[in-house]
Ligand binder design. Structure first.
Ligand code: FES
Length: 254
């Protein structure tokens, strides 16, 4: 029998605990993040408060950016510059193995929880469009690496103020965001495969073994880093936005 035609037999839910809570909270958190990210990208304003650049707009690839990190796209681009880059981290997260489990459960109820039947009557796996596109995850991983490098550049640039080097609260916010995104990115299953895949043995490959062990430790906390980095991106954008709007005064710590 093909995986495309496996019927899911209707089974009554026998759980009496609050199994709805987890999927509901997950759905609310994911929907909230997507809504905020779209809103922030559409604003096309208040994403740069010198020396801080919002992670939603980094790297800023349009010539008309408030801070053009790399102006690859000319003045013909009239939409928000966030849309030039957001598809990379967005695609990376959307195809992430952890997030797939999270939204398959919370949004599609496939299944909603352990010992709870699927909402759909059949199971087709990830063998058909659009779910077959989940296989692009490894390419999104490689595309994310240069974006991450730019976020670290932004974090380092956040130490440089108009009157010289220093540390503001925004500096710490951008550094924490870059660090959490690094921990999330390098705990990726595709990164783990890049370090230890296609090998029958690590014999004679100590560097790959060390890298694989390090990535495996991050991978064990992938869920935690996924949520922490999701929150930190929102906090970083919001902080830059509020400073840019004059709602918050960035305290200079050093
Ligand atoms: S598995 Fe989560 S980012 Fe790759």
């Amino acid at each position: 029998m093909s995986i495309r035609t496996i019927p899911v037999l209707p089974v009554p839910v026998q759980r009496t605990d609050a199994w709805h809570a987890g999927p509901l909270l997950t759905a609310l958190a994911l929907a909230g993040f997507v809504a905020y990210a779209l809103w922030a990208a559409l604003q096309n304003a208040h994403y740069f408060a010198p020396p801080y650049l919002s992670p939603f707009y980094s790297p800023c690839l349009a010539a008309n950016c408030a801070l053009a990190s790399m102006p690859l796209v000319g003045a013909g681009w009239t939409l928000s510059p966030a849309f030039l880059v957001l598809w990379i981290p967005g695609g990376f997260r959307a195809t992430c193995y952890y997030y797939r489990k999270a939204y398959y459960r919370s949004l599609f109820r496939a299944p909603a929880a352990c010992a709870v039947p699927d909402a759909a009557g059949t199971y087709s796996g990830e063998s058909r469009f659009p779910w077959v596109l989940q296989n692009l995850h490894r390419y999104f991983f490689y595309l994310t690496l240069p974006v991450l490098a730019f976020l670290w550049w932004d974090a380092l640039s956040a130490f440089r103020f108009s009157d010289g080097w220093g540390v503001g609260l925004g500096t710490l916010v951008l550094c924490a965001n870059a660090a959490l995104l690094t921990l999330y990115t390098f705990g990726c299953n595709s990164c783990r495969h890049a370090c230890g895949g296609r090998l029958d043995s690590f014999r004679g490959k100590p560097a790959r073994l060390r890298a694989w062990r390090f990535v495996t430790r991050l991978n064990e906390k992938h869920r935690e880093f996924a949520w922490a980095s999701l929150a930190s991106v929102v906090v970083a954008d919001l902080y830059v936005r509020l400073v840019s709007m004059g709602v918050v005064v960035d305290p200079r710590l050093i």
